[in-house]
Design a protein. Structure first.
Length: 170
C-alpha cells in the first residue's frame, strides 16, 4: 500500500512539474507583453505630452502592468531623489524573479532605462522604437516556446511520472 502511494505521488509530482514548466513558459510571454505595454505608454506620453519620468512611472503602474513590480520600486526611488537611470537599474536588479526568469531581456530593459529621461524627446522615442522591436522579437520567441511547452511538458511529465512509478511497483 505504501509503495502504491509513493508511486502515485511520484507520478503526480512529475505531472505537476510538467505543468509548472508550461506555466513558466507562458509567464515569460506575459511579462514581455507587459513590457511592450509599458513601452507603448512611455512612447505615447513622451510623444504627446513630454511627460516627466516620475509621472511616466505612475502612468505605467496605472496601465495594468502588475507583473512589472520594479516600476513601483523605481518610482519610490525617484521620489526619494535618486536619479532615474540609477533607480531604474537598481529596481530591476532587485527584482530577482524577473531577473531569474528573463536575464537577457532584463539586461535590455536596464539599457533602455539609461536613455529615458536623458536625451531629447526624439532620442527617447527612437529608444522606445528600438526596444519595442527587440521585445516584439523576444515575445514571438517566448510565445512559440510557450506553445511548444504547453503541448510537450505536461504529457512528458506524466509519462516520466508513470515510468518512475513503474520502477517502484513490483
Amino acid at each position: 500500500m505504501v509503495r502504491l502511494f509513493a508511486a502515485l505521488s511520484i507520478a503526480a509530482a512529475f505531472a505537476f512539474g510538467g505543468k509548472y514548466l508550461a506555466f513558466i513558459a507562458r509567464e515569460k510571454a506575459e511579462i514581455i507583453r507587459e513590457i511592450l505595454q509599458m513601452i507603448n505608454v512611455i512612447e505615447t506620453r513622451l510623444r504627446f505630452n513630454a511627460t516627466p519620468v516620475s509621472q511616466l512611472l505612475a502612468l505605467i503602474e496605472d496601465s495594468g502592468c502588475a507583473r512589472l513590480g520594479f516600476v513601483r520600486e523605481c518610482r519610490a526611488e525617484v521620489e526619494r531623489g535618486c536619479a532615474f537611470s540609477d533607480a531604474w537599474k537598481k529596481s530591476i536588479g532587485d527584482c530577482r524573479y524577473l531577473c531569474a526568469l528573463l536575464p537577457d531581456d532584463m539586461r535590455q530593459l536596464i539599457a533602455m532605462g539609461a536613455d529615458i529621461g536623458i536625451t531629447d524627446i526624439e532620442g527617447q522615442l527612437a529608444c522606445c522604437g528600438y526596444n519595442r522591436q527587440v521585445f516584439e522579437k523576444s515575445l514571438r520567441e517566448k510565445e512559440e516556446k510557450s506553445t511548444q511547452s504547453t503541448k510537450l511538458f505536461p504529457p512528458l511529465g506524466l509519462l516520466a511520472g508513470v515510468s518512475a512509478a513503474m520502477f517502484l511497483l513490483p
